[in-house]
Design a protein around this ligand. Structure first.
Ligand code: ZN
Length: 200
């Protein structure tokens, strides 16, 4: 079996290419699409592919000898979406699945850094509060640039830290924050003026 981990451009191009090909019955091509689990080099064009960007994994095999197909794509793909022999489209990766994938990958990064699963929930919620307090302090200080990421305001980075901690906690507990977020945004849209006349 020939296996190729591809950047998005090559994924689309090769998908189109194989759609037009007349392949013998004993030859098979399978594409799987998703988000990259880490940085790698595209097997077709040699360009670097960044963690979390859309990618395609292409498998080519024959029934007439040689290695048969086996599942390998999840080494590279973090999101669970599968679109076998279909053109990749935005609908393949839903917003909810992108958020949940990001949460899973934040958890994996934290686990690799020694922050093991099963963290105390009360402690983690307290730490989420501290990120918001740091955002407030940044506003009180007149919104200086962030110390580590000077291209951003400190308050922007503290907000990002808040979201990172929230997503990490959801992944740790197996909570479906992606779909809850999408559905809650839709629900809030329908709640009317100040959510039924609340003062603030
Ligand atoms: Zn490429």
């Amino acid at each position: 079996m020939k296996r190729m981990a591809l950047c998005q451009v090559c994924g689309v191009e090769l998908t189109e290419f194989f759609k037009k090909q007349e392949t013998p019955d004993h030859e098979h091509v399978k594409f799987k699409y998703g988000l990259a689990r880490f940085d790698f080099i595209c097997d077709n064009c040699g360009r670097p592919v960044c963690w979390f960007s859309p990618i395609a994994c292409c498998s080519i095999w024959s029934d007439m000898g040689g290695q048969p197909y086996y599942e390998w794509e999840d080494e590279f793909i973090g999101a669970e979406e599968v679109a076998v022999e279909e053109k990749p489209s935005e609908s393949v990766l839903t917003l909810a699945s992108v958020i949940n994938t990001l949460a899973t990958q934040i958890r994996e990064n934290n686990e690799a850094n020694g922050w093991e699963a099963g963290r105390n929930a009360g402690e983690v919620i307290a730490l989420i509060h501290t990120e918001l307090s740091e955002a407030l302090e940044n506003l009180r200080d007149g919104c200086p640039p962030d110390k580590h990421l000077p291209d951003y305001l400190g308050v922007e980075v503290e907000m990002a830290d808040t979201i990172i901690r929230v997503l990490d906690m959801c992944a740790d507990h197996g909570w479906d924050v992606g779909n809850a977020l999408v559905d809650k945004v839709a629900f809030n849209k329908s709640r009317g003026y100040k959510h039924g006349g609340k003062k603030f």
